[in-house]
Ligand binder design. Structure first.
Ligand code: SAM
Ligand code: SF4
Length: 352
């Protein structure tokens, strides 16, 4: 191993992934260092592109306990995961979620973990921001698709715009860096993207735009919503000077710097640009199912090995076996023929 490292460290040497003890490498040579956990499939919003208004959620008895989620996450950390993101559904509506976050923060303390973070709709942030900061959460993603309170109500169905604004204020006041995530939706927020960008950058927040992905049945039709980010970028370029930068946050976004605002704008383009080649992540659901790819149906059951014994050997083997079949990538298309989602489960199940 030491020899392999020496070779890899030589100038000009090919970048062959060097396997360290406890490191997870998939069949395509990608090191898996990022685990996203959907801690609940429930949510206090019903965003139109994400959920139907009448959703059937998982029975509570099927959920892993917070202790089980901790044990699973900890096993992944021991196996080389350096970044944990809690998501959902809405992670902050899971009961006692701060117990889990507080407990997981011990891995920041030992240096085993580089980052512990969440993706949230912001509805509960006012309540939890200070505690999140105290647990070592340094930056979070807040999803916000419009700055217009009426349109906010329209897109989230159940959301309260003022509460989300208060949540963002609280997070920033607690010293947490906020990145805004906005889904680009044709005819809904395309005309608002420049002003959102100026608003976010004016408050010291980066912003990332996301294309709608064909995940799960919703009430409407996704082909009506789909707005390729290549078109958004072309439009923004007429107004702003966008310069590609190599900035990376461990996620799939490609960033530009906006000269006029001095801020960063990310593009997550699963449909117009396949980002799979650098994928470093896997996703765990609140029932202990591991998805090796957001855009494929294949999954591994980790709940059975987790519950089969008190030791972690079975679990660790099951994780290795799952990583060993991580696919090369997804094949998302917004299918105009069948108008069916590419993947039947909702983003709120796998965790966006
Ligand atoms: N509830 C939290 C929130 O909204 O931030 C976390 C979970 S949510 C599923 C995570 C992200 O996925 C959000 O930014 C949301 O806008 C995005 N999302 C949901 N459904 C999507 C879809 N079909 N296509 C693209 N993005 C989606
Ligand atoms: Fe809830 Fe997030 Fe889905 Fe909106 S995008 S319904 S906030 S899980």
């Amino acid at each position: 191993m030491a020899i392999a490292r020496d070779i890899a460290d030589r100038p000009g040497a090919a970048t062959v992934p060097v396997r360290q003890a406890g490191e997870m490498i998939d069949p395509f040579g990608r090191a898996i260092t990022y685990l996203r956990i959907s801690v609940t499939d429930r949510c206090d919003f019903r965003c139109v592109y994400c959920m139907a208004e009448n959703m059937t959620f998982l029975p509570k008895r099927d959920l892993l306990t917070l202790e089980e989620l901790d044990r699973l996450a900890t096993t992944f950390v021991e196996k080389g995961v350096r970044k944990l993101r809690l998501t959902g559904g809405e992670p902050l509506v899971r009961r006692n979620i701060m117990h889990l976050i507080r407990s997981l923060s011990r891995h920041l303390g030992t240096g085993a973990l580089d980052e512990l973070t969440i993706t949230t709709n912001g509805s509960q942030l006012e309540r939890f921001a200070a505690e999140l900061a105290d647990c070592g959460v340094k930056r979070i993603n807040v999803s916000l698709d419009t700055l217009n309170p009426d349109k906010f109500k329209e897109i989230t169905r159940w959301g309260n715009f003022a509460k989300v604004m208060a949540g963002i204020d609280a997070a920033q006041a607690a010293g947490i860096r906020v990145k805004l995530n906005a889904v680009a939706l044709k005819g809904f927020n395309d005309d608002e993207i420049p002003s959102m960008l100026e608003w976010a950058h004016g408050r010291g927040m980066d912003m990332t735009l996301i294309e709608t992905m064909p995940l799960g049945e919703i009430d409407g039709d996704r082909t009506d919503q789909y707005l390729p980010l290549s078109a958004v970028r072309a439009g923004l370029s007429e107004r702003f000077t966008l310069t590609d930068i190599p900035y990376k946050t461990g996620g799939p976004a490609r960033y530009v710097e906006v000269e006029e605002t001095g801020g960063r704008l990310g593009f997550i383009t699963p449909l117009t640009h396949n980002f799979c080649e650098s994928c470093n992540r896997v996703r765990l659901t609140c029932t202990g199912t591991l998805y090796m790819c957001l855009g494929q149906e294949d999954a591994a059951d980790l709940r059975t090995p987790l519950r089969a014994s008190e030791g972690n050997e079975l679990l660790s083997n099951a994780i290795d076996e799952a990583i060993g079949r991580k696919p090369e990538g997804h094949d998302f298309i917004i299918d105009r023929e069948t108008r069916k989602p590419a993947v039947s489960r909702h983003m709120s199940v796998t965790g966006g």
